[in-house]
Design a protein around this ligand. Sequence first.
Ligand code: ACO
Length: 433
Amino acid sequence: MSATATPTATISLDGKTASLPVLKGTLGPAVADIRKLQAELGVFTYDPAYGTTAACDSKITFIDGDEGVLLHRGYPIDQLATNATFPEVAFLLLNGEMPTKAEDAAFNATLRQHTMLHEQLRHFFNGFRRDAHPMAMLCGTVGALAAFYHDHLDINDPKQREICAMRLIAKVPTLAAWAYKYTQGFPFVYPRNDLSYAENFLYMMFAMPSEKYEVSPVLARAMDRILILHADHEQNASTSTVRLAGSTGANPFACIAAGIAALWGPAHGGANEAVLKMLAEIGSKENIPDFVAKVKDKNSGVKLMGFGHRVYKNFDPRAKIMQQTCHEVLAELGITDEPMLDLAVELERIALEDPYFVQRKLYPNVDFYSGIILKAMGIPTSMFTVLFAVARTVGWISQWKEMIEEPGQRIGRPRQLYTGAPRRDLVPLAQRG
Ligand code: ACO
């Protein structure tokens, strides 16, 4: 633990007092270290959904939700998104520093070496129904990777940890693109290692063996930027899932598969798909007031998708870059009239002026515009969360590696407030009527 202890917080209960050290990190609020609370006062803390609990210390990502700040290893997200490539950001997240030119070349060369999949893994796809969701295929095949590398699964060996990390970052785009090809009945396209990471993904997604395919540099840059914006986001639901699974000593392929499963939900990675669905349902600008009224009615169960965030109570800094990228991509593609974008801009304007959203500090999150960009790029909606998983794999594996390397790392084990039946005696079935 690198945090420094400052004053203590005291909690008193039934005449006993516990003194809790208050730890201060480099940035962000201090945290009260409650680990001795149960021993000293006999109580646990209660924090469903972990809204005020720091479950680890980490040097990777910092978020100030009130100010709308996102830093990776200290670098602001807008600087990374505009001046670095996704592999540079991947190197940074994994290793703590931006790569030198030589390190960048070596890192990219290693990634390229690992883009191929074992041929036996191809056969896994045939086991899926043609209409399987690509997230189901990604989750299954990433977990299955462990079956191909069981001689490199010693998580206590730093070299093996590094090889697993590189394999995952390199192979997940291939698995993702193949999941898409399978749903379309198209032939799988093998990676081309003369291409950049983002170019290669677009190539495997859209090339056909029968035709020459040139990757658009504009789309490749947009894809690279989308990957950077989704690369890591501190202790979100999927990352915490990866850490919890990894805390048991489970292999990294299994842990990342668990992260993919957690990302699948509409409250997390599925939100940009849900934004497009919502915009299609609203249909046109005249229907926005009715829709907003429905969102504000607590009994309707309708949410404004792409708005709100557990941590950001201000603009999600990624949303600003995404909005700008959205305009750039549409301009480059010559799409001057995109009704969905017009609708989104108007919906955002109305929501940002409405007291319901203002009072609750609900602002657009990263997903509000990403779906529109992806749609314009020709990425089908069922692939949106898959793409998020491709990007987030680097964050997950960096967080997993950091956790495994933490001295004294222990299995994660939350406690509970039990509200079920007290102890009672079983009545055998014959006597139960
Ligand atoms: N639409 C309408 N009301 C909302 C929304 C929304 N999108 N988000 C939050 N609220 C309301 C809540 O109902 C609550 O109202 P109340 O105080 O009257 O009860 C209030 O705003 C505060 O919200 P929280 O409950 O504190 O928000 P929470 O942290 O639990 O949820 C979440 C965050 C899940 C992201 C939520 O805002 C949401 O569902 N948004 C839509 C889905 C979405 O865009 N998810 C993507 C998140 S970003 C990502 O994963 C990359």
